[in-house]
Design a protein around this ligand. Sequence first.
Ligand code: KG4
Ligand code: ZN
Length: 343
Amino acid sequence: MRVLGIETSCDETSAAVVAAEGDAARVASCVILSQDVHRVYQGVVPELASRAHLTTIGSVVDRALADAGIALGDVDLIAVTAGPGLVGALLVGVSYAKGLALAGGLPLVGVHHLEAHLFGTALDDPAAVPPFVGLIVSGGHSLLLDVPRWGEYRLLGQTRDDAVGEAFDKVGTLLGLGYPGGPAVEQEAARGDPARFRFPRPMLHQHQRPDDADYFDLSMSGLKTAVIQAVRASRDPAADRPHFARGFQDAVIEVLVAKTLRAVETCGRTRVVLGGGVACNRALRGAMASALARRGATLHAPSPRLSTDNAAMIARTGMFRAAEAGRAVDAAARLPFPGLARA
Ligand code: KG4
Ligand code: ZN
């Protein structure tokens, strides 16, 4: 079975071909075109994103098919991100996918972008299978999930304000590091002194109990404000820049690791699957892997290429969804991420 995946939910235009090989799946091709235009505005401008998807979607899909050495006629299923995302951007991918499905007489399946981030890790690491605790940290979402099996997702906690990637981006902008801020903040932090600034660890207290509403939830806005105030109070913000970045990143990592360990213990899991753009952060991966190893658990994280938005994870999820439904479902009909209710 060969699945063509299409992803246009935010600022990456991506298409990929994933082939089923027994129980496993192989990425036959994956084209990711990152839209540069948003750098000028230090954030994604929805209308510009839609227009950029519109001008490039055709060539991105053609290239993915060519890289896989196949034609549209060789495809068995088309999978497209149906949400969540920017509505105009999603519309470009969904409309294009519907057009292709109609032209090729192919079934079409709509995929939930966040479920796909979990499947993305499994594409790189065959051991990243349920049961596991999932931590999705991207520019738009921060979710801590218990995943007893594929298709069943119990929401343990999420951010109450900014997503983790969004916080990295805002701190990046504050420190004059450009957009997106994540990779640049990580680079600066590597040169920073961890003892120079100690910022608050939001929603992390010793006395919290599993039935407390903030036991698993995250919050980034107070931390962001603390960084802003420290920058304002600094006599030499340029010289302090790596130290701000280090203090901020250390606070985020400590909270993410602590909350993930809580989830692992509460749910009795031995695997953690990381997904989303922030999963690229090597300091986070290192700290998480060592903390989990001390509890006899393992971290499963995707390669940087499959951490950020890509269509290979969409194709892989579509493959699962189609098998699950026994038939393809219409992209616009529903967002299949069942059980995403609070645990
Ligand atoms: O998953 P993704 O590509 O797009 C969304 O669905 O949002 O995630 C993008 C986010 C951005 O906020 C970016 O700053 C962040 O991932 N990111 C990082 C790193 N690389 C990307 N954050 C921290 N450290 C990184 N190395
Ligand atoms: Zn994403």
